[in-house]
Write a new protein. Structure first.
Length: 235
């Protein structure tokens, strides 16, 4: 695999051809916010929270492969505005009641809202009517919190494996559907994996919750991105 040199925020880094900008940045301790992207899962670039300035154009860092002498800017006032707006839109579009959510403190969307100082959305709250699908014995899907990132669809099944999750309906009615027949014998491990795949609190494992009290969870103790940025400070 050949190597290329790219510049991120004014510093040069070497990267393998085919690597995505977001992964190269992460490896070098530069945090680019993500929601629909997950390490090890084929990227799809749907949420656009990772938008960076790449060779002068705003592009999704998770679906843009590096190229020799590429110039990337990961943060400036314009990018911050784009990301804040996306977070605000996601909050306005769904029903996110963080204080009662099992993922509070472990939720990427909530953590990004804190990072971007989003206290009130500039957009009118839609308050859509959505249901909770609790038919599966091991997990439940709360459609009120789903941000349609498709991480569950891409990671849990697909590419040769049976599709446990899929999209149903179209437009603003689109929602994640779970195949109840295929997932009838879901194990605890599968249920946990599905829950961990979801960046918000839309997929929850049943039977046990609030294991770690709110206030002592991942992002309660360390803001999102800090882990990567700490690594970067050591380099
Ligand atoms: Fe890149 Fe969602 S993380 S588009």
């Amino acid at each position: 695999m050949s190597m290329v040199i790219i510049t991120i925020n004014g510093k040069e880094f070497s990267a393998k051809t085919g690597e995505m900008v977001v992964d190269v940045a992460r490896k070098n301790g530069i945090y680019i916010p993500t929601l629909c992207n997950m390490e090890g899962v084929i990227p799809q670039g749907s949420c656009r929270i990772c938008t960076c300035l790449i060779d002068g154009r705003t592009m999704a860092a998770c679906t843009t492969p590096v190229s020799h002498r590429m110039n990337v800017e990961t943060n400036n006032a314009e990018l911050e505005k784009i990301r804040t707006t996306i977070v605000e839109l996601l909050f306005a579009e769904g029903n996110h009641y963080c204080p009662t959510c099992e993922r509070s403190g472990n939720c990427d969307l909530q953590a990004l809202a804190y990072r971007f100082n989003v206290l009130v959305s500039q957009f009118k709250q839609i308050f859509p009517t959505r249901n909770v699908d609790a038919k599966n014995p091991k997990i439940l899907i709360d459609h009120n919190r789903c941000i349609q990132c498709k991480r569950c669809i891409r990671r849990m099944g697909g590419s040769g494996k049976p599709a446990w999750f899929s999209f149903k309906d179209r437009g603003h009615k689109v929602k994640v559907n779970i195949d109840h027949e295929l997932t009838a014998d879901f194990t605890d491990e599968m249920a946990q994996k599905a829950m961990d795949t979801c960046p918000v609190g839309a997929i929850l494992k049943k039977e046990k919750g609030f294991d770690v009290p709110i206030g002592r969870r991942k992002y309660d103790t360390e803001p999102i991105g800090t882990e990567i940025e700490k690594e970067g400070a050591k380099l």
